[in-house]
Design a protein around this ligand. Structure first.
Ligand SMILES: Nc1ncnc2c1ncn2[C@@H]1O[C@H](COP(=O)(O)OP(=O)(O)OP(=O)(O)O)[C@@H](O)[C@H]1O
Ligand SMILES: [Mg+2]
Length: 243
């Protein structure tokens, strides 16, 4: 469960999050909103990359505000980035193994098992020895998700994992995301502009607009709201189709 209480973020004259209070309880929660709405900034607050000007955040009843980013892995917080972090000259396996810098394992065997299991879960076992530079956009996103699933995560935050994917690739991604709570019991917080992906994966969805909560509720109900459609004017047809 994520509890966000009166969070504000200020970058000079820009206030990307403005007094946001919301409680997110469902296994897979969507976060949508127009470009610049504050989605990534909120994820940065949750993962500790941005300190809020005011307010607090709890994950599973633990206060995480003020905990440094590098310590949040100990709380089971994991994230992917809007721009993937795959190193071009390392193999997929080596890229995923890099998580060992942040996560402690009981033994080398436990580490290897967790890494191979996560790679298998996202469907990339056949690609482990390929270099980052040989991986497709889809494979890079999936490798990032695999990294985020290692070491008993409690909250997995995904920042636009569907960006740049084709229809068939999105279908596979959808299955992977929907499988995460069953795979490792983590809650998933999913940012994406692909409303089909959000509708297919998310039990509940929140909508941010100019750093404020525009809507929160069951995904299909939220997508039908006139104020949500209005905020997304450019994507109106897509939203209509999804709802
Ligand atoms: N480090 C920063 N310094 C200054 N301004 C920032 C910084 N990070 C984000 N912003 C600004 O905060 C606002 C929200 O940005 P954010 O990246 O959170 O939006 P977003 O909803 O993730 O958008 P997108 O859908 O394009 O990824 C934007 O106006 C952005 O320019
Ligand atoms: Mg963003």
């Amino acid at each position: 469960m994520i509890e966000i209480n009166d969070i504000s973020v200020q970058f000079g004259g820009v206030k990307p999050i403005d007094g946001l209070t919301v409680k997110l309880t469902k296994p897979i929660v969507g976060l949508i909103g127009p470009n610049g709405a504050g989605k990534t900034t909120l994820l940065n607050v949750l993962s500790g990359f941005v300190e809020p000007k005011q307010g607090w955040v709890k994950v599973n009843d633990q206060l995480i505000t003020g905990v440094p980013a590098h310590k949040r892995a100990d709380f089971g917080l994991r994230r992917t980035f809007q721009t993937d972090q795959i190193a071009e000259d390392l193999t997929l396996l080596e890229n995923v193994q890099a998580i060992s810098d942040h996560v402690k394992f009981e033994s080398r065997e436990a580490e290897t098992k967790a890494i191979m299991s996560a790679i298998d879960f996202v469907g990339l076992s056949h690609r482990i020895h390929r270099r980052g530079s040989d991986l497709s956009t889809e494979e890079r996103h999936l490798a990032e998700i695999a990294k985020a699933l290692i070491g008993n995560p409690k909250l997995v935050m995904l920042d636009e994992p569907g960006a740049g994917m084709s229809g068939a690739e999105s279908e596979h991604l959808e299955k992977v995301i929907r499988g995460i709570p069953g795979y490792c019991k983590a809650q998933v917080f999913l940012i994406d502009h692909d409303v089909d992906l959000i509708s297919a994966c998310c039990n509940e969805t929140m909508v941010l607009d100019f750093g404020k909560l525009l809507a929160l509720g069951p995904t299909l109900e939220v997508l039908k709201k006139p104020e949500v459609q209005q905020a997304y004017l450019g994507n109106f047809d897509e939203l209509e189709a999804a709802a």
